[in-house]
Design a protein around this ligand. Structure first.
Ligand SMILES: Cc1cc2nc3c(=O)[nH]c(=O)nc-3n(C[C@H](O)[C@H](O)[C@H](O)COP(=O)(O)OP(=O)(O)OC[C@H]3O[C@@H](n4cnc5c(N)ncnc54)[C@H](O)[C@@H]3O)c2cc1C
Length: 620
């Protein structure tokens, strides 16, 4: 376990936030011999079974010891927002009411849509769905072309993926675990059939075994970014146990590198020497457990303190918290800062603008019978959880660890929609035996309340909406910010952007339904019949499906709120070396830095920019 040092308050580098962006960077700085302080608002959950078991990927997002409940608006018009059955009200502190049927009790406070985040060592990587999909070359080439900095070209960025793989184990779910369940196999065969690789019904299990070894991250295929197919889902785990940024940090400390972890420490302000160009000199913080009000454990006492950095301060609090901290420290749109009596250090109108996310939507069905793969799984680590016992009793043989040695998502269609703006794939359509309709309080329990549901759910990549914002709610650093995504027609609409994204999603829903139809081509496997629950058979026309998507879509890859941009772009927050414009010795390294949301899943690109930032800081 990383040690907690409380006595030494001067370091060369201070990194705020230990997630996908901050964690690897802090390790690299320390491994290069620099005295580095990594400050984390949450704490290390080493030993908490929820962070280790891939099958608990939903359970862990609800664990009060690490969860931050952020609530966001998909639409600012609250009446429209409340049409989403996931809309949530607060009835008492951290007690929620979900949906308007039945209506919320009188006096309940409207909150919006839950956006799970983690305040813990390793950040959201410690509680996420473990999926690692590497970005597209166009993501990097675009940054090179915007900034003129060729070090961002995809050919150069490849080396940072190599660096990530030095510490990050990645493996797919063992196909034998999935294919032991013939009802699940039957669904996977249906999905494979849609992608033109459906197995022979009489040899479906062997046919699918090969298909499920198809790696979407393969670096052997030069046309990988545009190659459609039916793929396995690579997960950040080793022999069926989640292994990620937290472990890299712990290893770095254990090996004796000069990395100090200050956990249970919430940074409240970046300090500057203003004698010439403002220069970041360190941070103020509050020591205390779960101080941020997004944590259901908040409300405890705190002790103020500060630390200085002789070289640099690096902010890696994530797409929401980094913005809050920059603004509280005087970096952001002057007009907004003045409203809260915050002295302006650098007037940067782009801070908290340009927010982007994916759109996601399911087609859910309910079967007559349960999925055998989930027999005995209670998803609560109670003593009667037979699936946990199996996972614990077989630490070394992946195939024998059973349902919990997977995140529950079995395979994906990789598709380039008819509405894609480039040749890259822009749809992943996943499958799993869960009832997943997006995030709301206790969504983890609802997802597995019975074992009869199955979802094909879509993730739309390369979305065009850039209209999201993160704004201060107050000048209190422990308050959460106001987060508006401005979905679809309330966001970026130029050139029909919203319609194109929506039509791609409608195509995905149609493909999901096609996969469900093709399930019955494989009746020989004996899976039971099902009925569609969401969107429901009555929702058929493009308009009806589009309405369903606009009402219920969600995302979980918030990004791009402190974007890298060209020197002459007034909305650029960072230069191409992650430096905050208008000040010195301050960088941002996390999901905020991208000008456009990268790839299909976001953690791989964040790991890569973390490695790049380390290289830039250490080697210029
Ligand atoms: C439920 C869920 C599932 C996901 N699944 C996947 C997936 O399968 N694949 C994928 O690619 N992506 C996934 N993601 C997204 C991915 O995990 C995040 O986008 C990524 O971790 C963001 O990295 P980050 O460094 O920007 O921020 P984070 O990982 O959120 O790290 C920020 C850290 O900073 C700390 N912090 C913030 N403010 C302060 C402060 N003021 N003082 C001190 N510390 C502070 C926080 O406690 C946190 O630990 C998922 C996200 C969620 C919520």
């Amino acid at each position: 376990t990383p040690v907690t040092a409380r006595d030494q308050l001067e370091y060369e580098y201070i990194v705020v936030g230990s997630g996908a962006g901050g964690g690897p960077l802090a390790c690299r700085l320390a491994m290069a011999g620099h005295n580095t302080l990594l400050i984390e608002a949450g704490n290390d959950q080493n030993g908490n079974i929820n962070i280790s078991v891939p099958g608990y990927q939903a359970v862990v997002t609800n664990d009060p010891k690490l969860r931050w409940d952020m609530f966001v608006n998909h639409y600012q018009d609250q009446e429209r927002a409340m049409q989403d059955p996931k809309y949530t009200w607060e009835v008492a502190p951290y007690q929620y009411h979900v949906g308007s049927d039945p209506p919320p009790p009188a006096g309940a406070k409207p909150l919006g849509i839950l956006y799970p985040r983690a305040g813990t060592l390793g950040g959201c990587v410690t509680h996420n769905a473990l999926i690692l999909i590497t970005p597209h070359a166009s993501d990097w080439d675009n940054i090179a072309s915007i900034t003129g900095d060729e070090s961002w070209a995809a050919v150069n960025m490849n080396q940072y993926l190599d660096k990530v793989y030095e510490w990050l184990p990645v493996e797919p779910t063992d196909p034998t675990i999935l294919l032991s369940d013939l009802q699940l196999t039957q669904h996977l065969a249906g999905g494979a059939a849609v992608m033109g690789v459906g197995p022979d019904p009489l040899a479906a299990v062997t046919g699918l075994t090969n298909t499920l070894l198809n790696d979407p991250n393969s670096r052997l295929n030069p046309a990988r970014d545009s190659t459609e197919g039916f793929f396995q889902i690579p997960l950040i785990m080793e022999s069926g146990t989640r292994t990620a940024v937290r472990d890299f940090i712990a290893d770095t400390v254990q090996k004796g590198y000069p990395l100090t972890i200050r956990q249970n420490c919430h940074v409240t302000k970046i300090n500057f020497d203003n004698s010439t160009t403002p220069q970041a000199t360190g941070v103020n913080f509050l020591d205390g457990n779960s101080l941020y009000r997004a944590s259901p454990l908040s409300g405890g006492t705190s002790t103020p303190g500060s630390a200085t950095a002789t070289k640099e301060v690096i902010i890696s609090g994530g797409a929401f918290s980094t913005i809050q901290l920059l603004k509280l420290s005087g970096i952001g749109p002057a007009s907004e800062l003045q409203q809260f009596n915050i002295s302006v250090v650098s007037n940067l109108p782009g801070v908290g603008q340009n927010m982007q996310d994916r759109y996601e939507i399911p087609v859910n069905v309910k079967h007559n019978n349960s999925f055998p793969i989930l027999n005995g799984c209670t998803f609560d680590s109670k003593p009667d959880d037979a699936c946990l016992t199996r996972w614990q009793d077989n630490p070394y043989i992946l195939a024998q660890r059973g349902a919990y040695a997977t995140n529950g998502l079995a395979a994906t269609m990789g598709v380039r929609s008819n509405y894609a703006s480039t040749t890259d794939l822009d749809l992943y359509i996943f499958a799993g035996p869960v009832d997943f309709t997006g995030y709301f309080p206790d969504w983890n329990d609802a997802a597995v309340a019975d074992h009869q549901h199955f979802s094909w759910y879509t993730l739309k990549a390369h979305t065009r909406n850039q209209a999201g914002t993160v704004e201060l709610r107050s000048a209190d650093p422990l308050d959460t910010p106001v987060i508006n995504f401005n979905y679809f027609d309330t966001g970026t609409t130029a050139g029909g952007a919203d319609e194109l994204d929506l039509l791609a999603m409608v195509q995905a829903v149609n493909m999901s339904r096609e996969a469900l139809r093709r399930y019955y081509d494989y009746d020989v496997l004996g899976g039971t019949a099902f009925v569609e629950v969401e969107p429901g058979e009555e929702v058929q026309s493009t308009e009806e499906v589009g309405e369903y998507i606009k009402q219920r879509a969600w995302g979980h890859h918030a990004s791009c709120t402190a974007a890298i941009g060209a020197d002459d772009d007034p909305n650029a927050v960072l230069d191409s070396q992650f430096r905050v414009r208008g000040v010195q010795n301050l960088r941002v390294v996390d999901a905020s830095v991208f000008p456009r949301i990268p790839g299909i899943f976001i953690q791989a690109p964040i790991f890569m920019i973390s490695e790049k930032a380390a290289d830039v800081i250490l080697n210029g």
